[in-house]
Design a protein around this ligand. Sequence first.
Ligand SMILES: *Cc1c(COP(=O)(O)O)cnc(C)c1O
Length: 682
Amino acid sequence: MALDLTWSWEPKIQAFFQTLDPHLWEESSHNPVVLLDRLGPEGISRAMERPEVQAAWEEAQNRLREHRERRPPPLEAGAPLLVAYFSLEFGLTEALPIYSGGLGVLAGDHLKAANDLDLPLVGVGLLYRQGFGRQRIDDEGNQYEVYPENRFEELPLERVAGPTGPLEVEIPLGETTVRAGVWRARVGRVPLYLLDTDIESNPPELRGITDRLYVPEPQRRLPQEMVLGIGGMRALQAMGIEATVFHMNEGHGFLVAVERIRQLRQQRQLTLEEARLVARAGVIFTTHTPVAAGSDYFDGGLVYDLLNPYLSEVGIGFERFMDLGRERPGDPREPLCTTYVGLRMADHAVGVSRLHGAVSRRLWKDAWPGLPEGQVPIHSVTNGVHMPSWIAPEIAALLCRHVDPYWWELDGEDPRWAGVDQISDAELWAHHQGLRRRLVEAARGRGIGGHELEPDALTIGFSRRFAAYKRANLLLTDPGRLQALLNRAGRPLQFVFAGKSHPADDRGKTILRDIVHLARQQPRVAFLVDYDIESARLLVHGADVWLNNPRRFLEASGTSGMKAGANGALNLSVLDGWWDEGYTPAAGWAIPSGATMDSPSTDDAAEAEALYRLLEREVVPAFYERDGQGVPTRWIAMMRSSLRHVATQFSARRMVLDYFKDCYAPAARRVEQLRLLPDWGG
Ligand SMILES: *Cc1c(COP(=O)(O)O)cnc(C)c1O
């Protein structure tokens, strides 16, 4: 039960672990493997004598059995389909710290939704010794990070066995070879395979390749991506897993396509060109960045040193390979950009929201010289979030009662969703108030500042990476006006912030420092240190309003607003990323921005003014408009709209179904057609 991550979204199984020992459950950072280990066989037996533990155990077992036995109708692809999904990070639970932020959580949610849909899919990633840098803040408000070591035997993972002991695969690295062990996490039915170079058969200098997520130095990053792409493909082969479709989540997985070519040539005597076509037919690529600098770039010298012997084996000339990653093929000074490789090696490439699709077509159009921008073949699948993981158990219980016990498996158009409108004002408000109080208590207890946060005051959540373009400090433009908003008699406004800045981003760090200072000065502002999946849950469950004010076109999607919106929070956001298509006046507000695709510069002062006006004239009055019983009926109606709209349109279920229809099934059919050609030889 501990090793099947179904517990990460099933409250009844979590309740069992918690009942065993509530204190240890918290202390273990919700890791059942650690909990059970600390209790030991005797401690577990003793706890099981308590009737409430027995009852919780029965309940958890039944629920797990139900999950395992549930098989939704099979998805018909029209060809053999098994998807291998590659990502450098996966955020499944705070107990498995191998993620950094939004990209990883999205990948984790993708696996969970694939499980719910019974889509044949396996995940492939890396297992880091120091996965997740924990944020600390010093007295001056400066962020620093500490990196606790992961002890793999204490994580909810199993080592994969090979024919003679633990499975290991070999990855070429320049003139030498590095080996990787393979671990498996079970996301219900969906396995996630994680590669690890910290094994005894490697020389000491190579064991550290999978030390840490997102090492900044290219000479350390490229070996990681080689382990992910080449090693991940070889691990699948060694385990006899014959995927037909390969999904590269972001450019980090670019070598998947190359290793696919190598394997095809080895198995089927294909020419390079034939193998390239067959490989391409099955490759799906998702780009996540809205700016070119967000991609990885590797200099020719580094690529030559680390990859050339391997490329020779595959049969790709070095310059030909470099050209795959260049804006202008043939320019030897240009480094290799992994996004270009991904775009050129994939039959279907997508951005992560409709708007980001358009931004990406403009950004990467040079890969298709002469093609009008509108015809550049980059499409979009809008992100979504795994609703059972992100909707608070209290709200989920209402959906179970009023919509369906398996509400997250319903299509967005299913008439049962109308049950959301049957949830009474009193009930929804009482549950939401409870969740806000929990957030306020946590922010007062372990946040920076926030001494005067009130349990019933309008609470705005803002948590995301502190990067300059996200403008966490837009609110500080006019301190007097902010002060007035915070302290209006009878109508106070309060803020809970969280988020990290990239260790190398000095402007982001300065903004973070400004927010920490604000929290230290303003008792109605708190900063929650060390944003992770656990604090993200606390925030998206308890906030009344979710604020997002990036410079327009720079937020590819954003998913925290979906998590908050599905819990009934109202989004107050610039029309960027997902909100550009998700916005409806029934469920939130749009902060006007003058930026357009052709003139993307923003006027910070004007947007700050618009934000203040919306807060003063719309948001605060709507929240404090109460009926005779003190219930904000109009606000609650908006909460219901938000919940229903977001939970149906921006679920990971909808996202994975879109991937299935637009990308996976067509790719599987193309691969099958090519397989049937006489030349294929099989
Ligand atoms: C959802 C999530 C994110 C991404 O949120 P954005 O809105 O895309 O910034 C980042 N970190 C954690 C821990 C999350 O849960």
